[in-house]
Design a protein around this ligand. Structure first.
Ligand SMILES: Nc1ncnc2c1ncn2[C@@H]1O[C@H](COP(=O)(O)OP(=O)(O)OP(=O)(O)O)[C@@H](O)[C@H]1O
Ligand SMILES: [Mg+2]
Length: 586
């Protein structure tokens, strides 16, 4: 586990390798203090030698300064190293996320991914820093102190032989309990993030339905759960303190009692006894420090596991690996015309669900230049169907072909580059309108941008804004209407100049007259590419070359508006229901 995460230290290794030397200097300086002190007490004071005392005192000041400098350097090095480490780790995680398929993301849930990239990485970064500071220093302190204590008086050191094993046993017991509790705590943080995220994404709905109280209760539950699990975990850490202090003080008393006798017998100097006690303190402190780091490590272990889980996830929509002989020897296919063919396609989101078929035996062909309409009730599988074309998901059975080649045989990037999608849920990004449009095609000229916006019937609106194309969209476009967002998304997709254009219910928030104008522009400008239009309103697709009627994941009708009107029951029903709707409005 450490090895797997260790590689992300990367270029910061140079900071880390110096740390042990700095620590060693620091330790040696600090530990020579008690020795010097004992010389003052045992030699300087009884002989009233002021010169001697001053000299030793000055040496002590010098050593203290060196120790301080060492300590500061150590802090600086470990901070730099661990911050850099955290940054590397986050970069690696984010890069991995970009390769995730929708299915991968569904599996983790976005909330959990956010926690993993922030909180869990912070934990690891913090632990890394503390281990650098303490895991080197404490053992060095321990060993050197032990050596010095032993050299002062071997007999007295026996106290340690009892105290240290007692401490170690406690430490192991505490660690065992801590690991599981910290794991639970991390999961509760996920839950809190999930509630916050869902609430913020849906804040408008929450307010419209006056569900604030309900949401507050939901949050309180998650928050209480977390607090309780945190308290349970922290209790362990708290419990460890008095236990350790007890052992520490017990050892000191034992030393004073045994050592006091020796001083009276004249076998030990008073100064020696004092310095011996401070070494014992150092030893016990070191053991305690190591314990603390281990408890932190236990907590970090849960985080480490969660981070590694992300790094190790197999991306299920993977590029086909080029056959042996290198990628140059075989020409990777490219989308040229934009013909789309579904061959006996079945699909389920969850492979383990026996009844989960969302699409069932779908067959059809769409030729370049065709406008394909897709209609069907909600939940009939329309969005699912089109998501198979850019490989947002892979088919469960059957094949999706573009220009006669299985979509799985294209490099993902070249496949997706050839397909423009306006998804049912439009997402714009914080930035200017122009920046958002350029997402489709970074090299588009102003003329091309305006052309696409005219076709999508949004140009007029944009130029009516004080800042025109430089108008700022705040937080993904909260400051424009749903219909405007949809039209911007259409323009963005058109700018890409795709071979295949998919519009998933993308004019639902646009009024009929504007929609008709958009459609007209489409038929005029997109005469060579394949266009899929998913629509709720039959009027949106009546001019299409081919209309697919979807019902419960199956194609139950295919043909032109006229043909379907004559032969297809489901189509007639949809149309009839929309007429009724119109009538009842009138
Ligand atoms: N990510 C997902 N995981 C599991 N099931 C899903 C997922 N997305 C959709 N479904 C299920 O697949 C079925 C078809 O959904 P789909 O979104 O394709 O319907 P649709 O025809 O586009 O509906 P609408 O007209 O409301 O947009 C639904 O029953 C839905 O519950
Ligand atoms: Mg849909």
């Amino acid at each position: 586990m450490i090895k797997k995460l260790g590689i992300y230290v990367g270029q910061y290794k140079k900071f880390i390798v110096i740390v042990p030397f700095v620590v060693l200097i620091d330790v040696l300086c600090e530990l020579s203090m008690p020795l010097l002190m004992s010389r003052i007490i045992d030699i300087g004071i009884p002989e009233s030698d002021i010169g001697f005392i001053t000299r030793i005192g000055l040496i002590m000041v010098g050593l203290a300064l060196v120790a301080i400098a060492g300590g500061i350097t150590n802090m600086w090095l470990t901070s730099r190293g661990s911050m850099g480490y955290g940054a590397n780790l986050r970069d690696a995680l984010f890069e991995k996320l970009q390769s995730f398929s929708f299915k991968n993301i569904d599996q983790f849930s976005t909330a959990s991914l956010v926690t993993r990239l922030t909180n869990d990485v912070n934990n690891l970064q913090q632990t890394f820093m503390m281990s650098l500071r303490i895991l080197l220093r404490a053992p060095m302190m321990l060993i050197v102190s032990f050596f010095l204590a032993y050299s002062i008086n071997a007999e007295l050191s026996i106290v340690l032989a009892v105290a240290i094993p007692v401490l170690v046993v406690f430490v192991i017991l505490i660690l065992k309990a801590a690991v599981t509790r910290f794991g639970v705590m991390q999961e509760k943080i996920d839950a809190i993030n999930r509630v916050i995220q869902e609430n913020l994404i849906g804040i408008r709905v929450v307010k419209a339905f006056v569900r604030e109280d309900f949401e507050i209760k939901k949050f309180q539950t998650a928050n209480n759960d977390f607090t309780e699990s945190a308290i349970r975990a922290i209790n362990i850490a708290i419990l460890s303190m008095p236990v350790m202090m007890f052992v520490l003080n017990g050892a000191t008393i034992a030393v004073l009692w045994l050592g006091g006798g020796m001083v009276m017998d004249g076998r030990l100097g008073t100064g020696e006894l004092i310095s011996f006690t401070s070494y014992i303190m150092q030893i016990m402190m070191s053991v305690m420090m190591i314990t603390m780091v281990m408890i932190m490590g236990a907590r970090a272990e849960a985080s480490a596991r969660r981070v590694i889980e992300v790094l190790d996830t197999e991306v299920d929509i993977a590029e086909k690996i080029a056959e042996e002989g290198g990628s140059d020897s075989i020409q990777s296919p490219r989308v040229t015309a934009g013909k789309v063919e579904f061959r006996q396609v079945s699909f389920k989101y969850n492979l383990n669900d026996p009844y989960g078929n969302i699409l069932c035996d779908v067959n059809f062909t769409a030729n370049p230049g065709d406008v394909i309409g897709i209609v069907g009730g909600t939940g009939s599988g329309k969005s699912t169907l089109i998501s198979l074309i850019p490989r947002l998901y892979d088919t469960t059975e059957g094949q999706v072909l573009v220009d006669g080649v299985d979509v799985r045989d294209y490099p993902l990037e070249s496949l997706r580059e050839a397909i423009g999608v306006v998804l049912q849920k439009n997402i714009l990004f914080t930035g200017t309108i122009k920046e958002n449009l350029l997402w489709g095609n970074e090299t588009a000229t102003q003329v091309e941008i305006e052309e696409a916006c005219r076709a999508a019937q949004i140009h007029e609106f944009i130029v009516s804004q004080p800042n025109g194309y430089e108008t700022l969209l705040e937080q993904g476009g909260v400051n424009i209407s749903g219909g405007q967002k949809q039209r911007l998304s259409i323009a963005r997709a058109m700018l890409k100049k795709p071979r295949i254009l998919i519009l998933d219910d993308s004019t639902s928030a646009v009024d009929s007259a504007t929609e008709a104008r958009i459609r007209k522009a489409f038929y005029k400008e997109l005469s060579e590419i394949t266009v899929f239009i998913i629509a709720q309103r039959i009027s949106s697709v009546r001019e299409a070359n081919k209309i697919l009627v979807l019902d419960d994941g199956q194609i139950v009708g295919m043909g032109t508006h006229k043909e379907l009107l004559q032969q297809n029951n489901v189509y007639q029903e949809i149309l009839a229901s929309q007429r009724e709707g119109v009538m009842s409005h009138a």
